[in-house]
Design a protein around this ligand. Structure first.
Ligand code: UGA
Length: 449
């Protein structure tokens, strides 16, 4: 078993048990990955159903590779899950991985779960324990939690270690991240985290020590930058449509400049998910509280461009079919916010499907992994278990999430199932020439011809 002992005299007494509070996407991944590094890991969640599933080695969501890792780590005996917060008493380092969703009444992040997680573990923290926040929080939260712990568990310390994992690549991003960022208030906290991550550091992973506010800001700055890149290219798509250009060629051409880079320049229906949309909004709300509102005003436009992309697809549908959509069957390929995930939180695809349904169209949605979560969110939508069933007699196909199986569709086969050969590629991911050569009317955002 890997041990924290021996690295620093202050850590000698530690027995290398970690706890992970909150076993959603981030927490379940972190728990399984830390266990795979040899640590004993206790995962805690307030949801008994989730704990039961995880304890059986079953993942409550879809994430490539994490299912087998979880099963393997449960079998190893190192990884356990419970709803009982007193179990953290055995651990030396505690990773807080609970959600920070958008508040119901505004743009700010809801910190209820983070605050209650820290309060719940405080009575059980042993001498020298380190609480490590991984959740995405507004700058200043870590210091306020550290102040809280100074009263409720003065023998413990708190650090912040933001997470940059992408859904679909969660295991890879956790075990081989492109950097490790730790916000600490002293050397001891940094040493403990270096011990925890020693195997990842040994791979040559850049290590960045920051103060608490900078570590919190790194996370929201990174997500804001990514959101900006996507909205930038979607703004260019709008201009291309107005000027008769092709955004895919434009993106390729500017992407060759290494200062710009080609990634995250895929124009289409924009970003969604549980992170980018809510993070830019919470960042704006926090900047305003701090008196720096103007600095992040541009993020309001990033958000607006992003939401406009959804509307633009609906406009193309109307111009292809009719203003009145009640006579038409629209087949929607994709419900999740991106491929290789079953996450439908703030999914642009599902939002578009729901808006078309609300406009009276007969909308049928297919997704390789996201049908059940999508049905829970929009029980009134119709779902199909197969692409053929989805597109059968359709007046128009909307390609909204770029799953590989959609890219591999044969337009001649699909053409025999539909009523009208019209397809709109909302992700600029299909082979336009191939579809057109099979007689399809093919539209894509940001490409005029
Ligand atoms: C994002 C960040 O990429 C991660 O680094 C971060 O850790 C994570 O949020 C988080 O805060 O937890 P994720 O939400 O998994 O990760 O999704 P992304 O891969 O960033 O994609 C976000 C959205 O942007 C998707 O809807 C995707 O379809 C869209 N997108 C992405 C585009 O429209 N165009 C692109 O070029 C790239």
């Amino acid at each position: 078993m890997k041990t924290l002992a021996g690295r620093s005299s202050k850590l000698m007494a530690m027995n290398s048990t970690l706890s992970v509070i909150g076993c959603g996407y981030l927490g379940a991944t972190h728990a399984a990955c830390m266990s795979s590094l040899g640590f004993t890991v206790i995962g805690i969640d307030t949801d008994p159903n989730k704990v039961e599933m995880l304890s059986r080695g079953e993942l409550p969501f879809y994430e490539p590779g994490l299912d087998t890792l979880l099963e393997q780590e449960i079998k190893s005996g190192r990884l356990t899950f419970t709803t009982d917060f007193s179990a953290v008493a055995d651990a030396d380092v505690h990773f807080v991985c609970v959600g920070t969703p958008q508040s119901k009444d505004g743009l700010a992040a809801d910190l209820t779960y983070v605050r209650s997680a820290v309060s719940a573990i405080a009575p059980y923290l042993k001498e020298g324990a380190l609480v490590v926040g991984k959740s995405t929080v507004p700058v200043g939260t870590a210091q306020s939690l550290r102040d809280q712990l100074a009263v409720t568990a003065p023998h413990a310390d708190l650090a912040w270690n933001p997470e940059f994992l992408r859904e679909g690549f969660a295991v890879e991003d956790t075990l081989t991240p492109n950097r490790l960022v730790v916000g600490v208030a002293n050397d001891r906290a940094e040493e403990i985290l270096k011990d925890v991550y020693s195997q990842i550091i040994a791979l040559g992973t850049p290590w960045i020590r920051a103060d608490l506010p900078t570590a919190e800001l790194v996370k929201v700055a990174a997500n804001s930058f990514l959101a900006t890149k996507i909205s930038f290219i979607n703004a260019m798509a709008e201009v291309c449509e107005a000027a008769g250009g092709d955004v895919t060629v434009l993106a390729k051409a500017i992407g060759y400049d290494p200062r710009i880079g080609s990634r995250f320049l895929q124009a289409g229906i924009g970003f969604g998910g549980g992170c980018l949309p809510k993070d830019i909004r919470a960042f704006m709300a926090r900047a305003e509280e701090l008196g720096a509102k103007q600095a992040l005003e541009f993020l309001r436009e990033i958000d607006a461009i992003n939401l406009r992309a959804r509307q633009r697809v609906i406009d193309v549908v109307r111009s292809d079919l009719s203003e009145n959509l009640t006579q038409y069957k629209i087949a929607v390929l994709g419900a999740t916010f991106k491929p290789d995930s079953d996450d439908v939180r703030d999914s642009p695809a599902l939002d578009i499907a729901a808006q078309l349904h609300a406009a009276g169209a007969n909308v049928v949605v297919h997704d390789p992994k996201g049908i059940e979560p999508a049905r829970k969110r929009f029980p009134n939508l119709s779902f199909a278990e197969s692409v053929s069933e989805c597109v059968k007699d359709a007046d128009l196909i909307l390609h909204l999430t770029e799953w590989r199986e959609y890219r591999e569709l044969d337009p001649s086969v699909i053409g025999q199932l539909v009523k009208n050969k019209i397809i709109i590629d909302g992700r600029n991911a299909l082979d336009r020439d191939l579809w057109r050569s099979n007689g399809w009317k093919f539209h894509a955002l940001g490409r005029t011809d």
